[in-house]
Design a protein around this ligand. Structure first.
Ligand code: AMP
Ligand code: ZN
Length: 473
């Protein structure tokens, strides 16, 4: 298997630290809001990477954090007049719901930054002892970038050039030795969550969290570290500096970064209104469509989100789901009589060899830096082969082999291809009546829940003056 490594800027053969095992860490979201579809990209991509490693027989220890202490969380807590933990707990729960709907499996461990403060204090202490960090008079602790000779190796930036260019922006009164020194620990401000430390009551900087959580749950050396490309600098560069300076060992062997998701060819931005949460998409589409859409591009290519592309993804997925449904029906029909023959005919065996070669094509695409776009193309060829060669006269052996293969290859991509049972019109109308009743009783939580459940089954409601109208998505 080959992986493109940001560190070396090359595709490299994957060699695990321990045979048969993969230790991977994926930077998770900061939980102050519902996740947006950009955040969903690394979740879907690296969940698929994990699934493919497992298909290839590896045991994967997959760690992904929730950053639950941060300026944005604190700001939101102040706005709502609640503790920061109320905000982070709420959005962790919401994020888990979105992950489930996207069929993103929970990590082996989802550590929380606030639960790992002890480890952070220890690592900061080690860094100070080794001369890689220093405390300013107000108790802020900085990492001394100049002490880490390899600083810049991930982002391929040269520290001397960086410093020369930025010397002038050093703020007067700042006790930083160097403009690229970054915060490991900072003093608390009034009303902020804080922890005691040898330097001051305060809270950790963002970068140290990931170094510590990776060390605790995976060890000093890990196979893969991943996240969106915006994290390369400074976040991941700083993680390398902290971990390698503290542990004295190379940190991650392979650094994987997904490219960004844009909307209508523009950067996602709340202020410009081109911004969607995963939850908003769930109101219009089954989230399997979003997953399929994300995987229809290579993870290192920028991806543009637009209504026509989502429609194309919906149709593409539908083709696979329809084929899987038809194979299921054919298998069920061939329960008895001659058709139940357990052995493929000679012609079927010939076709099956084509199916095997398409599977090999799929594997070759995935082995080549997880090229899910080409893997999906191989799945479509398989669907075409099934549609043109499997029918009522096929043996049970043939249709079942096809059915299982399609499910297997889609399963690696995390795509659920069993058709959800369609609701009957009468059932939909009963649910709408229940929702109206709930609204009358001012039970809006229940009313919303019913709307959501219907949306999950592809039923969209519209409240009009003439009453509630519904349609199938
Ligand atoms: P954050 O909560 O901002 O730390 O982001 C969590 C993860 O989502 C990180 O790996 C980011 O790189 C990634 N991410 C944020 N925005 C986008 C985007 N528009 N496209 C792809 N990945 C993104
Ligand atoms: Zn991180």
């Amino acid at each position: 298997m080959k992986i493109y490594n940001t560190l070396t800027k090359r595709k490299e053969e994957f060699i695990p630290l321990k045979p048969g095992q993969v230790k991977m860490y994926v930077c998770g979201p900061t939980v102050y809001n519902l996740i947006h579809i950009g955040n969903a990209r690394p979740m879907i991509v690296f969940d698929t990477v994990r699934r493919y490693f497992e298909y290839r027989g590896y045991e994967v220890n997959y760690v992904s954090n929730f950053t639950d202490v941060d300026d944005k969380i604190i700001k939101k807590a102040v706005e709502e007049g609640v503790e920061a933990s109320v905000i982070s707990e709420r959005y962790i729960a919401e994020c888990r719901k979105d992950m489930e709907a996207l069929n993103v499996r929970p990590a082996t461990t989802h550590p929380l930054a606030t639960q790992e403060i002890g480890g952070m204090l220890e690592m900061i202490d080690t860094l100070i002892e080794k001369g890689h960090a220093y405390a300013a008079s107000d108790g802020t602790v900085y990492f001394r970038t100049a002490s880490f000779a390899e600083y810049g190796k991930l982002s391929h930036k040269n520290l001397d050039d960086l410093q020369a260019g930025h010397r002038s922006i050093q703020v007067a009164g700042d006790e930083k030795e160097d403009v690229y020194d970054f915060v490991l620990w900072k003093p608390k401000k009034e009303g902020e969550p804080s922890w005691t430390s040898p330097w001051c009551a305060g809270r950790p900087g963002w970068h140290i969290e990931c170094s510590v959580m990776a060390k605790k749950y995976l060890g000093d050396e890990i196979d893969i570290h991943a996240g969106g490309e915006d994290l390369i600098f400074p976040h991941h560069e700083n993680e390398i500096a902290q971990s390698e300076a503290a542990n004295g060992k190379p940190f991650a062997r392979y650094w994987m970064h997904n490219a960004f998701l844009n909307i209508d060819n523009r950067k996602m931005s709340k202020s410009e209104g081109n911004f969607f949460t995963v939850r908003e998409i769930a109101d219009r589409y089954d989230l399997q469509v979003l997953r399929f859409f994300m995987l229809s591009a290579h993870y290192r290519s920028p991806l543009n989100f637009s209504a026509p592309l989502m429609e194309a993804a919906k149709n593409g997925l539908e083709r696979i789901v329809t084929c899987a449904g038809r194979l299921g029906e054919l298998a069920a029909e061939s329960e008895g009589g001659e058709k139940s023959a357990l052995k493929m005919t000679a012609e079927e065996e010939e076709n099956w060899r084509t199916a095997e070669s398409l599977t090999a094509k799929y594997e070759a695409a995935m082995d080549d830096d997880f090229n899910t776009a080409d893997a999906i193309a191989a799945v479509f060829e398989l669907v075409k082969l099934a549609n043109t060669t499997a029918d009522e006269s096929s043996t049970k052996a043939y249709v079942e082999a096809f059915s299982a293969r399609l499910a297997k290859l889609c399963g690696i991509l995390g795509l659920i291809i069993e058709r959800k049972e369609e609701l009957l019109d009468t059932e939909i109308e009963e649910q709408i009546a229940r929702r109206q009743q709930a609204r009358k009783e001012k039970n809006f939580a229940l009313a919303d829940q019913i709307r959501k459940e219907l949306a999950e089954q592809g039923i969209l409601l519209e409240d009009t003056r003439e009453g509630v109208k519904w349609k199938r998505a």
